[in-house]
Design a protein around this ligand. Structure first.
Ligand code: UDP
Length: 323
């Protein structure tokens, strides 16, 4: 049985929907930002908090867990600057509690959701796993700290792990049964699509004076279903002993500017966006584009879906959003 912590959240719920095809799954989520309706009905759902040892003991006592996938984190850069305590408490301290209980119950396989924010402002065009990790905000620091904890634990204890550094997760399940739903929404693609649906007045472009071809920030958008597939390969690699300590980037290797994303949304939907140029958002690097060559060569993973498919699936979801 696989424990998915944070399995009611955006990325966790998409992973669960794929994983239930192969494994028995128990989801632990405190529903602080996740949605009960997003959890596939084939998974067991437990409402609880990963910072609470009692909740964890109950889950590990009740189910024969052979691996843990950890999606339960706070993930907003701006919020992490305003409230770093929340980020170190939830992302670092609670993860340490989870790892402690895993060790106690001799569960030795762990997959950790990390982030491109661990790289800070990169000094290379395309980031690979050897690029310098110098975060510029508490969110990035909190994720990098857990990566360090995992590296140290794997040397001292019987703990095997894979860290997956996501670039910009986007899109929705192809069935449109689940998708992205944050409150408040801060991410670019849902904000554009909500504007196209008339649910918000305008799209603000956060800075058009960056050192990029059109002046707007470039990001590497990756379909959430492609992310889910990478987790399943990482899990197999751990369970078969193929990997015991690995860090991988997950991206498309393609960068799109904010303006290009808006244009692609207009093209896919046939609706024109109402756009304004606004000030830069604090903590945004001009360009974040991943090389995912390492996970391709070691686990055979690559992104299958391009930006148009990401937006087409997200559009289907937003038109009939259920939660
Ligand atoms: N962005 C924007 N307007 C918005 C939301 C985001 O211009 O309303 C920009 C943001 O500055 C960044 C890119 O879109 O350059 C992607 O931002 P998002 O919040 O989706 O993801 P992040 O890169 O922060 O993980």
């Amino acid at each position: 049985m696989i424990l998915v912590v944070g399995g009611a959240g955006y990325i966790g719920s998409h992973l669960v929907k794929e994983l239930v095809e192969k494994e028995e799954v128990v989801v632990l989520d405190n529903l602080s930002t996740g949605h009960r309706a997003a959890v596939d009905s084939r998974a067991i759902f437990v409402k609880g908090d990963l910072g609470n040892e009692e909740d964890l003991h109950m889950v590990f006592r009740s189910y024969p867990i052979k691996a843990v996938m950890h999606f339960a984190a706070c993930s907003l850069v701006g919020e992490s600057v305003v409230d770093p305590l929340k980020y170190y408490q939830n992302n670092v301290a609670s993860t340490l509690t989870l790892l402690k209980v895993m060790l106690k119950f001799k569960v030795k396989n762990f997959i950790f959701s990390s982030t491109a924010a661990t790289y800070g402002i990169p000094d290379v065009e395309v980031i690979d796993e050897t690029s310098a990790t110098t975060p510029i905000n508490p969110y990035g620091h909190s994720k990098l700290m857990v990566e360090q904890i995992l590296a140290d634990f794997s040397k001292s204890y019987d703990l095997h792990y894979v860290v997956l550094r996501y670039f910009n997760a986007a899109g929705a399940h192809q069935s449109a049964a689940i998708g992205e739903s944050h409150d408040p929404e801060t991410h670019l693609i849902p904000i554009i699509l909500q504007q196209l649906l008339g649910q918000r007045e305008k799209v603000s472009v956060f800075g058009a004076d960056y050192d990029t071809a059109d002046g707007t920030c470039i990001r590497d958008y990756i379909h959430v279903t492609d992310l889910a597939a990478a987790h399943i390969l990482a899990l197999e690699a751990l369970l078969t002993g193929k990997k015991s300590a690995a860090v991988y980037n997950l991206g498309n290797g393609l960068g799109y500017s904010v303006k290009e994303v808006i244009e692609t949304c207009e093209k896919v939907t046939g609706v024109k966006a109402n756009v304004e140029i606004a000030d830069r958002r604090a903590g945004d690097p001009a360009r974040l584009v991943a090389s995912s060559a390492k996970i391709l060569s070691e686990l055979g993973w690559k992104a299958e879906r391009n930006l148009e498919q990401i937006i087409a699936d997200a559009w289907k979801w937003h038109q009939q959003q259920q939660y």
